[in-house]
Design a protein around this ligand. Structure first.
Ligand code: ZN
Length: 369
């Protein structure tokens, strides 16, 4: 055979014409996948499930708007969600309002966690004030403590230095949480891509372009991702009497080998899968191996608020089906976190009761009072 001449069109010069290439901006590109794949409908969880990571106080919304509780209960019944953990209890009057609206009105259906005001660490007596706040919240009936990513990223001490997750003041407060019997759901750092420059190689370019304030790439201002996860590990090891739920797959959904090392280093840690279908669904077989290796330490959670039947079904489909090439957030023209689709983990049926409910109940009910 003679070598192919790159200048010759194999279809025959003159038989084809180049289509006009539109001047398209990346943000306007919304490709429609052409693969035809089976769609498994999974409208209900295989067993009555606990969503261990949700936001019902809506402190993250501008209007502090609470959901319609009756409609939420109807949605939970339809989707086989037995219990939702509400991480928005905050403290004081807001905690009371959350406990009234959820835990006291609908016992067993809702479990409210409090938070503490870490910005008080700017005061020299901050740790003591926060400890009092936590004792007060436990006495009011909070069932756990949510620690947000501001610890490690924005909370500062009296000297102006960032307070990292393994700071002795944080260790002190979270040791107290263990003594009070409160499990701690902790979120450290954020997706790895948020710590990388916003450039042509960033896999969450669309998301960061839409929310530039979510970037933690400025290394003069923010710690590196790995340093935050290492600090999280030291915190877990330093507080062995406290039970932790590591939010978003232990805060390292991109690297399940690192999650495995966290789980081995800290027997007091379990992890939820909330808000990370986009990562787990790109490595469904590795995720299944994590669940097989740690059947009692991976928990169902969504971080989807307001909760919807469509979002719940995507979670069930990811966990229970072997479907391929589907959207991790339904109904979006462009996937909101990155331009990829996911595949199901097809978890064996015997692993589902633990993941959906039993592991969460073991952590939530161990309060012993
Ligand atoms: Zn959350």
């Amino acid at each position: 055979m003679s070598p192919v001449d790159p200048n010759v069109d194999p279809l025959g010069a003159g038989d084809t014409a180049d289509v006009a290439v539109p001047d398209l901006r990346l943000v306007e590109w919304a490709p429609r996948p052409q693969v035809s794949v089976p769609v498994t409908r999974v409208p209900r969880a295989a067993v009555p499930a606990v969503d261990v990571h949700n936001h019902l106080g809506r402190w993250l919304t501008p209007d502090w708007c609470a959901p319609d509780v009756d409609a939420l209960l109807a949605l939970m019944d339809a989707a086989n969600i037995a219990t939702v953990v509400n991480l928005d209890g905050l403290w004081g009057d807001e905690l009371e309002a959350n406990l009234d609206r959820y835990d006291r009105a609908h016992p067993d259906r809702f479990v409210t966690f409090c938070q503490v005001d870490w910005t008080l660490l700017e005061r020299p007596d901050g740790e003591q004030v926060i400890a009092e706040q936590l004792r007060d919240s436990a006495a009011r009936g909070a069932r756990g403590l949510k620690v947000w990513k501001n610890v490690g990223l924005t909370v500062r001490g009296p000297d102006g230095a960032l307070v990292l997750p393994d700071d002795p003041r944080v260790v002190g407060v979270l040791t107290l949480a263990g003594e009070l019997g409160l499990p701690v759901l902790i979120h450290v750092a954020d997706p790895k891509a948020f710590f990388d420059p916003l450039d042509a190689h960033n896999e969450r370019f669309d998301e960061l372009a839409g929310h530039p304030s979510w970037s933690f790439a400025d290394r003069d201002r923010y710690p590196a991702f790995d340093d935050l996860i290492d600090a999280l590990e030291r915190l877990l090891v330093a507080t062995p009497g406290t039970r932790y739920i590591g939010a978003h797959v232990g805060c390292v959904a991109e690297d399940l080998d690192r999650v495995e090392r966290l789980l081995r280093a800290a027997p007091n840690l379990v992890v939820d899968i909330a808000g990370r279908l986009g990562e787990l669904g790109r490595q469904p077989r590795r995720f299944r191996r994590l669940v097989e290796d740690f059947p009692d330490r991976v928990l169902f959670g969504t971080d989807a608020f307001p909760l919807s039947a469509e979002e719940l079904e995507v979670h069930f489909r990811f966990l229970e089906s072997a479907d391929e090439a589907f959207d991790y957030v339904p109904g979006e023209d462009v996937p909101p976190q990155g331009r990829w689709q996911i595949a199901g983990a097809a978890l064996p049926a015997h692993l589902l009761p633990g993941l959906y409910a039993d592991n969460a109940r073991r952590v939530l009910d161990a309060r012993g009072r």
